[in-house]
Design a protein around this ligand. Structure first.
Ligand SMILES: *Cc1c(COP(=O)(O)O)cnc(C)c1O
Length: 387
């Protein structure tokens, strides 16, 4: 493929992506395939001779789509959201084209510097303490020994970090805070109190690739003292040395991580932050929380169901009042129907259904439709099983 063909195919691919996302809700959210389905659909060996681009594209619908779980369908309520936005996809294309490996400042200064600035932008959106914002110097070491979670995966529960923090500090235990999902919500002043106690933490991370419209992967971590990390991962062979590294003015991110290479991910953040603005991002979070509250009200209004955990953000944990068996059967029916997709969790020995507002395009009508399906199947299950 030369540049002329790339121009044409690139535009076609953008159309294909836009068509896919615009019509995604017509597809069954969960695929109807058995393990190994794909092997029989493609040859045993790679082709000897080159094929055409048309041949490849034809196989997207034939081979790939039947086995796709559509995470961006408004009927997807499983796990947690994974972010998806048009600006982030465009930035990802550019990142692919630049294709630099950002292990040091010299390996591509823009890649390193934009990342540093985007981390500061994002840290300030969350009102992180000053110490976490770039520009601090310190020393030390240590390994991660303690992890507090803000927004656990099963039920979005919150550890009491204002209680755990002083103990960790007094005992000199490294305190890391994982807010993979909930972290995005801290850009809204009304949710920022959930992060109180961050003053005690040594490190903190969350995933903009979950709930901040930056496509996978983009997981952001701050440390109070960057020397803690650099001391553990420093890697300085002669062939990676560059003129500025001793100046103390540049960051070489290879020392902050286990791998050497890294992608130019901050472009996605830059595009998304600029094109949505803080207000747009806050509106997005609030809308998802409202949709979760709407679902919670529907559950609460139905005497047959109960809410199993506080609904703080975009996740609702609920169940039929009754046995675990009846709830397991209900979930199986829901997922076999392939119209909506949910996963369970276990809370205090109870089998609980998790309803996470996930897709960017989920609206109130999808929530109501999901609830209609759930109650219809619940009706059937309750007639068949003792509960
Ligand atoms: C989703 C999630 C993770 C995993 O995040 P990845 O970076 O996508 O692997 C870790 N911790 C919590 C609490 C999560 O919700």
């Amino acid at each position: 493929m030369d540049a002329t063909e790339f121009r044409r195919r690139g535009k076609e691919m953008v159309d294909l992506i836009a068509d896919y996302l615009e019509n995604i809700e017509q597809r069954p959210v969960y695929p109807d395939v058995e393990p190994g389905y794909l092997r029989s659909l493609i040859p045993e060996e790679a082709p000897e001779e080159s094929e055409t681009y048309e041949d490849v594209v034809k196989d997207i619908e034939r081979v790939i789509m039947p086995g796709v779980t559509h995470w961006h369908s408004p009927y997807f309520y499983a796990y947690f959201p994974t972010a998806n936005s048009f600006p982030a996809m465009l930035a990802d294309m550019l990142s692919g084209a630049i294709g630099c490996i950002g292990f040091s400042w010299a390996a591509s200064p823009a890649c390193t510097e934009l990342e540093t600035v985007m981390m500061d932008w994002l840290g300030k959106m969350l009102k992180l303490p000053e110490d976490f914002i770039a520009g601090t110097h310190g020393q030390g070491g240590g390994v991660i020994q303690f992890c507090a979670t803000l927004g656990t995966t099963p039920s979005c529960a919150f550890d009491h970090i204002t209680e755990l923090g002083p103990i960790c500090n007094a005992e000199k235990i490294w305190m890391h805070i994982d807010a993979a999902y909930a972290g995005s919500s801290f850009i809204c002043p009304e949710f920022r109190p959930l992060l109180n106690g961050i003053e005690f933490a040594d490190s903190f991370n969350f995933n903009p690739h979950k709930w901040l419209l930056v496509n996978f992967d983009c997981s952001t971590m701050w440390v109070r003292k960057r020397s803690d990390l650099i001391g553990a991962f420093k890697m300085d062979p002669l062939y990676l040395k560059h003129d500025h590294q001793e100046s103390g003015l540049v960051t070489d991110y290879r020392h902050w991580q286990i791998p050497l290479g890294r992608r130019f991910r901050s472009l996605k953040m830059w595009f998304v932050f600029r094109m949505y603005g803080l207000k747009g991002l806050q509106d997005y979070i609030r809308k998802h929380v409202e949709l979760a509250k709407e679902f919670e009200s529907l559950v609460r209004a139905d005497q047959r169901f109960e809410i199993s955990a506080d609904v703080v953000l975009g996740l609702v944990c609920f169940r039929l009042k009754g046995s675990n068996e009846v709830n397991e059967t209900l979930l199986k029916r829901i997922n076999n129907g392939r119209k909506i997709h949910l996963v369970p969790c276990q809370l205090s020995g109870q089998f609980v259904l998790r309803f996470a507002v996930c897709a960017r395009t989920t609206e109130s009508r999808h929530i109501r439709e999901a609830w209609r399906l759930i109650t219809q199947l619940a009706e059937e299950v309750m007639q068949e099983l003792p509960h």
